[in-house]
Design a protein around this ligand. Structure first.
Ligand SMILES: Cc1cc2nc3c(=O)[nH]c(=O)nc-3n(C[C@H](O)[C@H](O)[C@H](O)COP(=O)(O)OP(=O)(O)OC[C@H]3O[C@@H](n4cnc5c(N)ncnc54)[C@H](O)[C@@H]3O)c2cc1C
Length: 302
C-alpha cells in the first residue's frame, strides 16, 4: 500500500487507522484474513472522509457491524473496511414510544434498554448478537418478530458521503432481506416505534425466548444460521436428513446441536467453512432437489 495513503489517513481519523488488520478478530466465526485498510470513523464527518478516500483511490468499501453474520475469506478484504466508532453507539428516547438508535449500538444493549424503559416490541431480538446496523441490513428476526416491523426511518450515508433518509415508504423488507443489500450505503441510524408495556412483562418474554435459544443453539463460534429456510421447510432439518449433522471438514463442523449452524471447533479456516457450505448445498440439492439460499454474507475472494 502506498505510504502516501497511510499518511493521508492518519491525519484525519481520531481512532488510528489500522493496516493489515486480521478480520478473525472482528468475526464471530473467528476466521478471515487481513483487511488492507481498517477505519473506525468516529463522527459523520470522519465517515464521509473514509468514503471519499475510498472513492478517490477507487478502492472497494466493506462495512462491518459485529461480524456475526459473515464469512470472510482467508485472503482477507481488499480496500477499505469501515467499522463505525463509539460516536455511533447511542440510543435516544423520543416521544410516543420511539427510540432513535445509532448503528453501532449492540442489538443486545438496545433490547435491554427498551426493556428498562418499558418499551415492548424488541423482545424477539434478545440473543441476536451483532449491531443494530447489521440487524437493519439483514432484517434480523426470530420467534415471529423482525426489525422490519418496528422501523419507521433509517438514516444512511451514501457513496458520495452524503446523508440520506429512508422514510417508511422507501423501506422494503423481506425474510433476511432489506432494501440496503447490494448497495453502497452505510447505515448510521434508525428510528424504531415501540409500544408501552411493563418492564417486568417484557423481561419475562425475553427470558422465555432466551431459554429456548440456549437449548437449540451451539455455544461454539458460529455465524448463526448459514442458510435461509426454504419456503415451507427448514434448512436445518434438510441438512440433518441428508445425514450431515456433525460432519466436519478440518475444524469446521455442521453443529451437532443445530444442523443449520456451522461451528469453528478451534482451528477452522475460512476455506474449511466455505468447502463445508458447498458440500452441504450440493448434498441437499442432490437428495431433495432443493437449492438452499445463503443467509450469511460471504466476503472476499475465494
Ligand atoms: C449465535 C448466533 C445467533 C444468531 N441468531 C440470529 C437470529 O436469531 N436471527 C437473525 O436474524 N440473525 C441471527 N444471527 C445472525 C446475526 O447475528 C444477525 O444477522 C445480526 O443482525 C448481524 O449483525 P452484525 O452487526 O453482526 O452484522 P455483520 O455480520 O457485521 O454484517 C452483516 C451484513 O450487514 C452489513 N452491515 C453491517 N453493518 C452495516 C451498516 N452499518 N451499514 C451497512 N451495512 C452494514 C455487512 O456489510 C454485512 O453484509 C445469529 C448469529 C449468531 C452468531
Amino acid at each position: 500500500m502506498p505510504t502516501q495513503w497511510a499518511q493521508e489517513l492518519v491525519e484525519h481519523f481520531r481512532i488510528s487507522p489500522r493496516f493489515q488488520e486480521p478480520m478473525k478478530l472482528h468475526t464471530s466465526l473467528r476466521v478471515g484474513g487481513a483487511a488492507d485498510i481498517f477505519l473506525q470513523p468516529d463522527s459523520l464527518a470522519e465517515l464521509k472522509k473514509a468514503i471519499l478516500f475510498a472513492k478517490k483511490y477507487n478502492l472497494p468499501v466493506t462495512v462491518l457491524g459485529g461480524g456475526t453474520n459473515i464469512l470472510v475469506s482467508d485472503k482477507g478484504l481488499r480496500g477499505v473496511v469501515i467499522k463505525l466508532g463509539p460516536f455511533f453507539n447511542k440510543i435516544t428516547q423520543e416521544a410516543d414510544g420511539k427510540l432513535r438508535v445509532k448503528a453501532a449500538v449492540k442489538t443486545s444493549s438496545l433490547v435491554k434498554r427498551a426493556q428498562e424503559l418499558g418499551l415492548s416490541g424488541l423482545e424477539f431480538a434478545w440473543g441476536i448478537p451483532g449491531t443494530v446496523g447489521g440487524a437493519v441490513y439483514m432484517n434480523a428476526g426470530a420467534a415471529g418478530g423482525a426489525f422490519s416491523n418496528l422501523l419507521t426511518c433509517v438514516q444512511v450515508v451514501n457513496n458520495e458521503g452524503e446523508l440520506e433518509e429512508y422514510a417508511k415508504e422507501k423501506l422494503s423488507f423481506d425474510y433476511r432481506q432489506s432494501v440496503f443489500q447490494g448497495r453502497q450505503l452505510v447505515i448510521t441510524e434508525c428510528l424504531l416505534q415501540l409500544e408501552p408495556c411493563s418492564p417486568e412483562k417484557i423481561k419475562e418474554k425475553m427470558m422465555a425466548l432466551q431459554k429456548k435459544r440456549l437449548c437449540s443453539q451451539p455455544s461454539l463460534p458460529s455465524a448463526g444460521s448459514v442458510f435461509k429456510n426454504p419456503p415451507g421447510n427448514f434448512a436445518g432439518l434438510l441438512i440433518q436428513k441428508a445425514g450431515l449433522k456433525g460432519f466436519a471438514i478440518g475444524d469446521a463442523q455442521v453443529s451437532e446441536v443445530h444442523a443449520n449452524f456451522i461451528v469453528n471447533r478451534g482451528n477452522a479456516t475460512a476455506s474449511d467453512i466455505y468447502q463445508l457450505i458447498q458440500l452441504v448445498s450440493e448434498r441437499v440439492k442432490s437428495q431433495f432437489n432443493i437449492s438452499l439460499e445463503l443467509e450469511i454474507k460471504i466476503l472476499g475472494d475465494w
